[in-house]
Design a protein around this ligand. Structure first.
Ligand SMILES: [Ca+2]
Length: 131
């Protein structure tokens, strides 16, 4: 949630520059110059937020993925992973496991657990293949 707030406030920061203290204006300009070209990490965070919002916004609550939205996300964005699963119940079980507060929806934190888990799995297989 913090990352979302920081990333989202980038444009607001520039808009509210006139309101900031005059003696710190040069520092604000430096900061803005850096912020106008986000780092790769910042771009990754923005991408995660954008992709979450894209699928979460399809029906109902815009801040969470329903089961249908989750399946659409998995079959679209992670089709290579999904197609490789021989067990047809794997996505159902993933949804249940990720939905830690059991409300039938994946909020952004729960979505990040999915992305984080997949990233760890990819990293593990990558480091194994380097040995
Ligand atoms: Ca949930």
């Amino acid at each position: 949630m913090m990352a979302e707030a920081q990333v989202g406030s980038r444009d607001q920061l520039q808009d509210s520059e006139k309101n900031s203290k005059t003696e710190t204006t040069p520092q604000y300009q430096d900061t803005d110059a850096k912020m106008s070209s986000p780092t790769e990490t910042e771009r990754c965070i923005e991408s995660l937020i954008a992709v979450f919002q894209k699928y979460a916004g399809r029906d109902g609550n815009r801040n969470s993925l329903s089961k249908t939205e989750f399946l659409t996300f998995m079959n679209t964005e992670l089709a290579a992973f999904t197609k490789n699963q021989k067990d047809p119940g794997v996505l159902d079980r993933m949804m249940k496991k990720l939905d830690t507060n059991c409300d039938g929806q994946l909020d952004f934190q729960e979505f990040l657990n999915l992305v984080g888990g997949l990233a760890v799995a990819c990293h593990d297989s990558f480091t194994r293949s380097q040995k």
